[in-house]
Design a protein around this ligand. Structure first.
Ligand SMILES: CC(C)(COP(=O)(O)OP(=O)(O)OC[C@H]1O[C@@H](n2cnc3c(N)ncnc32)[C@H](O)[C@@H]1O)[C@@H](O)C(=O)NCCC(=O)NCCS
Ligand SMILES: Nc1ncnc2c1ncn2[C@@H]1O[C@H](COP(=O)(O)OP(=O)(O)OP(=O)(O)O)[C@@H](O)[C@H]1O
Length: 202
C-alpha cells in the first residue's frame, strides 16, 4: 500500500484546458481530485461550511432545495475583492482538508489536484510539483464562450482579472503543457507522466 502518493497540482486560467488535460492523466490511471467541483460539493453538503456561507452572504446563497445558488454567489463574488476574500477564506481550508484525506486513501505513485486557483490560494505549497496548462488569452475566452452559453465576455474578463496572470503561473511551475491548436496534448502528457512515475517511485 502506498501511504503517501506524490502530490501534483494541475492549474491554468479559466478555459486553458486543465480539465481536458486532467482527463488524459485519468485515462492513464492517475486519480484526479477536481477541486472546483469538490468545492461546490462541499459548499452544498458540509453543514458547517454551509452555515458559514449563509452567515456571510445571506439566505439567498442556497436554493429552496438546499443546493448552492451558484448564480447568486457568482454575482456577489466575481468582481468584488472583499467578497472573494471572504468566500476563499471559508471554502479553501475545507478543500485543503478534504484533499488531504482523499490523497491519503489513493493507491497510486502520484495523484493530481486539478484547480483553477493553486497559486492564488497558497495550496501549491502543499504539493510536490505543479503543472500549468497554458493557452493564449483569446483562445481561452473563445473556448469558454462556446462552452458556457450563460457567460458573456464582460463576466469572463471579471473572472480573469481575479486570477494570477499566466506568465506568473508558468514562472512558478515545474512543467508547462501548451494547449494550442498546433500542439498535440497526449505526447506532452505522456512525457510528464513518465517523469512523475519515476519521481513517485523514489
Ligand atoms: C462562484 C461560483 C459559485 C460560480 O460557479 P460556476 O459554476 O458558475 O463557475 P465555476 O466554478 O466554473 O468558475 C468559473 C471560473 O471562475 C474561477 N473561479 C471560481 N472561484 C474563483 C475565485 N474565488 N477567484 C478567482 N477565480 C475563481 C473558476 O476556477 C473557473 O475558472 C464558484 O466558482 C465558487 O463557489 N467559487 C468560490 C469557491 C472557490 O474558490 N472555488 C474554486 C477553487 S477551490
Ligand atoms: N485543444 C483543444 N481544442 C479544442 N477545444 C478545447 C481544447 N482544449 C480544451 N477545449 C475545450 O475548451 C473548453 C475549456 O476547456 P476545459 O474545460 O478543459 O478548461 P478549464 O481550464 O478546465 O476551464 P475552467 O477554468 O473554466 O474550469 C472545453 O469546452 C474544452 O472541451
Amino acid at each position: 500500500m502506498n501511504s503517501k502518493p506524490f502530490l501534483i497540482g494541475i492549474t491554468g486560467g479559466i478555459g486553458s484546458g486543465k480539465t481536458t488535460v486532467a482527463k488524459i492523466f485519468s485515462i492513464l490511471g492517475i486519480p484526479i481530485y477536481y477541486a472546483d467541483d469538490r468545492a461546490k460539493w462541499l459548499m452544498s453538503k458540509d453543514t458547517a461550511l454551509k452555515n458559514q456561507i449563509q452567515n456571510a452572504f445571506g439566505i439567498n446563497s442556497y436554493n429552496e432545495d438546499g443546493s448552492l445558488n451558484r448564480e447568486f454567489i457568482a454575482s456577489n463574488v466575481f468582481g468584488n475583492k472583499e467578497n472573494t476574500k471572504t468566500i476563499n477564506s471559508l471554502v479553501h481550508p475545507a478543500v485543503k482538508s478534504d484533499f488531504e484525506l482523499w490523497a491519503k486513501s489513493q493507491e497510486s505513485p502520484y495523484v493530481l489536484k486539478e484547480a483553477a486557483l493553486l497559486f492564488e490560494t497558497g495550496s501549491y505549497k502543499d504539493l510536490d510539483k505543479i503543472i500549468t496548462v497554458s493557452s493564449p488569452l483569446r483562445v481561452r475566452v473563445n473556448r469558454v464562450l462556446l462552452r458556457d452559453p450563460h457567460r458573456n465576455e464582460e463576466q469572463l474578463n471579471t473572472i480573469i482579472d481575479q486570477q494570477m496572470p499566466e506568465e506568473e503561473k508558468i514562472h512558478l511551475s515545474d512543467y508547462v503543457i501548451k494547449n494550442i491548436d498546433n500542439k498535440l496534448l497526449i505526447p506532452q502528457v505522456l512525457k510528464i507522466h513518465d517523469k512523475l512515475l519515476l519521481l513517485g517511485k523514489k
